[in-house]
Design a binder for this molecule. Structure first.
Ligand code: RIB
Ligand code: CA
Length: 314
């Protein structure tokens, strides 16, 4: 068995972030979660940090280290998404307030120190929210960029358009200036845009399979999905909501579930009409450098089978 892959999960929980964290913690043979770093996004930082610890305690993993990061984007005012995730950001299950503490070290310093401390090319960054923490880390310690193995991110959208504006997906929209830095950094990027995540829908049958596991984390996850999907069903009229963030972790576990291509991706940061748009040169109509592997297809049943199987291990 190969060594588990070392990852840092940067996140703004969020029910779908919670699913991603549980998928990672349910896969200890393949993934070594070096730490969870929180960022403001779906809800303010104090809540994303609370929620990350709630999820760790639901999984009985008080040993996981949670580091608090940026409470606002690099330049813009914070935009949050309580309309999707509820007031707490983790509405759905009744949960206990966490008793585990956040670490004293700032998330940005943890990211820098961890990448410096581990052999070059061995740490993978998994980003599930705005890219603010990663951008701060690259600004503070530019020499870490070539040491990062890969940055696998949920963010952006192209053929699928946006979900917070007609042009922009939420994670990029919250901090487009941070995204611009990341896409210019030279770090190998794998991008899970709405084009993929709108194909992994939490059908009732899928949520019931998770609930039927019967464990505390699985039942809590099912209750999170009961809450989370109501918004997207109203909006898209779909049976179930898109389960965005766990696609990042699923890619690390079973990359063959996904299909995409190397593309150039640029970030709109100037026009108020399209700020936060990920301009993906899918048809290679320019000679701009490829800077991301952009996913577009997914085996959605295979994805949910993996998620359910790993939740059952918690
Ligand atoms: O647009 C979806 C993304 O924004 C997901 O990561 C969700 O958790 C929110 O952060
Ligand atoms: Ca998220």
């Amino acid at each position: 068995m190969a060594e588990p892959r070392k990852i840092i999960i940067d996140t703004d929980p969020g029910q779908d972030d919670a699913a991603a964290i549980m998928l990672a913690l349910g896969s200890p043979d393949e993934l070594d979660v070096l730490g969870i770093t929180t960022v403001a996004g779906n809800v303010p930082l104090a809540l994303t940090s609370r929620n990350a610890r709630v999820v760790c305690e639901l999984c009985d993993r008080r040993d996981v280290k949670v580091y608090e990061g940026a409470e606002r984007p690099l330049l813009r005012q914070l935009v949050t998404a309580e309309h999707v995730h509820g007031k707490t950001g983790l509405d759905g299950p009744v949960v206990d307030e966490p008793t585990m503490q956040v670490e004293a070290q700032h998330a940005v310093d943890f990211i820098i120190e961890t990448i410096r401390a581990h052999e070059a090319g061995t740490v993978t960054l998994c980003t599930l929210g705005a890219l603010t923490n990663i951008a701060h880390a690259l600004q503070k310690a530019p020499e870490i960029a070539p040491r990062v193995r890969e940055l696998v991110m949920m963010g952006g959208g192209f053929f699928e358009g946006g979900n917070i504006t007609p042009a922009a997906e939420f994670n990029i929209y919250v901090d487009p200036d941070a995204a611009k830095i990341i896409f210019a950094s030279g770090i190998p990027i794998v991008m899970m845009p709405l084009d993929v995540t709108h194909k992994v829908l939490t059908y009732k049958s899928r949520v019931e399979k998770i609930r039927a596991i019967g464990s505390r984390p699985a039942v809590a996850m099912a209750e999170m999905l009961d809450f989370f999907e109501r918004f997207d069903i109203e909006k898209y009229g779909s049976d179930g909501g898109p389960l965005h963030d766990p696609t990042v972790i699923a890619y690390l576990l079973r990359p063959e579930l996904f299909k995409g291509r190397d593309c150039n991706v640029e970030i709109e940061t100037a026009s108020e009409l399209t700020v936060g748009m990920t301009v993906v040169d899918w048809w290679q109509v320019t000679d701009r450098k490829h800077n991301a592997k952009v996913m577009r297809e997914v085996d959605d049943q295979g994805f949910f089978d993996l998620l359910t199987e790993r939740l059952a291990r918690l």
